[in-house]
Write a protein that binds this ligand. Structure first.
Ligand code: ATP
Length: 573
């Protein structure tokens, strides 16, 4: 985090310079006081007036300098926070999907809100406070040494003892800070779930259970904060007590020298004034130091939030799809458990239409995710036009592949922006995709047409409308490969079939469609159907071949046909 505070070196140096100037002027003020008092000793009114005017002049200068210091500090902190937030945000965006999912999204929210606030207060501000305290301490010590070395010596000895205090507590403070930050993340997670799952909570009447969990999490946050504060207050109090002890000792030594006539009364008052410049920093440095140390644990969280899976890869540019995708002996598992995709080899040729079918949990979506480069730790080979998919950047891969998934995310924006995703497309392309995705009627009925606001994650739309929007979103990209993962599950049979037929009729497009809906008429339109069972590719061929085989596909079709008939029967009766 150091790089953020010195990121704008000129601003940093100017701030430090003005902090030192302010500390120097404060010391000069002490000598002004001494001059005014000592003119009283001499009894010259002229000298007295001169010293007062000089003093007032310094007060004005000190006021202006302190104001500049505050402004410089605020702008340095603003820049540091802006840059840190920017880096974390872009670090998160650069993550691949797998490493992003390794952390709960609430953790990212907590990092960008709670933890940034802590860092702003206890790192950026605290470092500037530290510079201020050190400058006052150094200049104050030199000035006191100039007044009387014995006073200075007594201050130095006790000062060193005080500055050793924070090292005794830094580990404890750091651990408690980490615990607090963790509980804050957990709390954010709970709050996020509460809002995201509000309808489920209400309809399953689990308010009490959730309320208990919220209470526990809230208590953890406050308890961990209390525990952190208990220790850091102890450090503060110890610092302040040592500060007072230094003041008392130095005052006693100074008074002794006044009594024996080695120090003027004015110089003693100046020394007392200067002691503030020493006792305050000495009292504060331990606690400021501990605040800075405590934030080190949060730095680890930032690093984790930005972690890029550890691989800095060289990608080979690839922006189109020319021939085929080849999978050879591909196996993959999410954890140490059994393989979710087991030794699959298959080939996808440009312009052809493929269906992937299989029971729930058979690995269909995972297979698609592997094609989309979500995961890199698979065995075997996945090659696009002969190039390892891991060598193709996500940006390039998605320039020729579009995916439409079952769970659609909608931005809280207009229908149009949700289709175009803020890119420019001509009216004709938009019109075409509206027709292809069966959205024309819907858009006509909406109060503001394409400018209709869809609400938070499309709350103002039905599930089917959201799916059609996501189909339009993928179609408008015009990529040569289109992947549909249960993309029409929320649509009624007729609309779903129409959309699927339109997509299958696009000659240039290579389509890969995962479907549960085993509609015979549609299945006949596919060049090849892959049948998965427990992660294995157990059958492949066109509809007629597979039906002839009378294996899994045949029984899946029969079960589906039977269920459809039953459904129709019960609807009719
Ligand atoms: N992120 C994940 N972490 C761990 N296991 C996962 C993850 N995603 C899926 N799985 C598991 O992998 C297996 C295959 O899941 P996948 O989603 O690929 O199946 P599917 O055939 O698409 O299922 P469905 O038709 O029900 O959508 C399942 O047992 C599932 O529980």
């Amino acid at each position: 985090m150091k790089k953020y505070i010195i990121g704008d070196l000129k601003l940093f140096l100017a701030t430090v310079g003005f902090i030192f100037l302010a500390a120097f002027l404060e010391i000069r003020i002490a000598f002004m006081i001494q001059q005014i008092i000592d003119t009283g000793d001499k009894g010259s009114l002229q000298d007295f007036y001169g010293a007062v005017i000089y003093g007032l002049f310094f007060v004005v200068i000190l006021f202006a300098t302190n104001y500049i210091v505050k402004i410089l500090q605020a702008s340095l902190i603003k820049k540091s926070v802006l840059n840190l937030k920017r880096d974390i945000f872009s670090g998160i965006l650069k993550k691949d999907i797998r490493s992003f999912q390794a952390m709960n999204s609430a953790n990212y929210i907590s990092v960008l809100t709670n933890d940034i606030n802590i860092v702003e207060k206890d790192y950026f501000s605290a470092n500037l406070e530290m510079i201020m305290h050190v400058s006052r301490l150094v200049l104050g010590s030199i000035a006191i040494f100039y007044i009387n070395p014995y006073i200075a010596l007594s201050i130095y000895v006790l000062g060193v003892a005080t500055l050793a205090v924070p090292t005794l507590f830094s580990k404890g403070v750091k651990n408690r800070r980490m615990a607090h930050s963790k509980f804050l993340s957990d709390f954010t997670m709970k709050v996020k779930d509460l809002f995201a799952g509000f309808e489920v909570i209400k309809s399953f009447h689990i308010e009490d259970k959730l309320s208990d969990e919220y209470k526990k999490s809230n208590e953890n946050v406050e308890e961990s904060k209390f525990s952190f504060l208990k220790l850091s207050h102890l450090v503060d109090i110890l610092g302040a007590a040592f500060g007072f002890l230094i003041f008392l000792t130095a005052l006693s030594v100074g008074t002794y020298f006044v009594i024996i006539g080695d120090l003027t009364f004015g110089l003693l008052i100046a020394a007392v004034q200067l002691m503030n410049n020493i006792t305050t920093p000495v009292g504060q440095i331990p606690s400021v130091y501990n605040r800075i140390q405590s934030v080190k644990s949060i730095e680890e969280k930032f690093k984790k939030a930005m972690e890029q899976n550890g691989n800095t890869k060289e990608f080979i540019p690839k922006s189109d799809f020319a021939e085929s995708i080849q999978l050879k002996d591909v196996s993959f598992s999410y954890g140490p458990e059994k393989k979710v995709v087991n030794n699959i080899s298959l080939s996808i040729e440009k312009g052809k239409k493929y269906a992937i079918v299989g029971g729930s949990g058979s690995g269909k979506s995972t297979l698609i995710k592997l094609l989309l480069g979500y995961f890199e730790d698979y065995d075997g080979e996945i090659k696009v036009d002969g190039r390892d998919v891991r060598q193709i950047s996500a940006e390039d891969l998605y320039s020729f592949m579009s995916v439409i998934q079952q769970n659609v995310f909608m931005f809280d924006d207009t229908v149009k922006n949700n289709i175009t995703l803020y890119k420019d497309f001509d009216e004709n392309s938009l019109k075409n995709v509206l027709a292809q995705s069966g959205l024309n009627e819907m858009v006509k009925k909406l109060p503001n047409g394409l400018s209709y606001q869809v609400g938070e994650n499309g709350a103002n739309l039905s599930g089917g409308e959201k799916q059609r929007l996501s189909i339009a979103r993928a179609l408008i990209k015009g990529t040569p490969i289109l992947i549909l993962d249960e993309a029409t599950s929320a649509l009624d049979n007729k609309i779903a079939s129409n959309i699927e037929k339109q997509i299958l009729a696009m000659d240039d497009i290579t389509s890969i469609v995962i479907t549960h809906r085993l509609n015979k008429e549609l299945l006949k339109l596919y060049d090849e159907i892959f049948v998965l069972d427990e992660g294995e590719l157990v059958e492949q061929g066109d509809y007629y071949e597979l039906m002839k085989n009378k294996k899994l596909f045949y029984s899946l079709c029969n079960i589906m046909g039977y269920e459809e008939k039953n459904k129709e029967g019960s609807e009719a009766s």
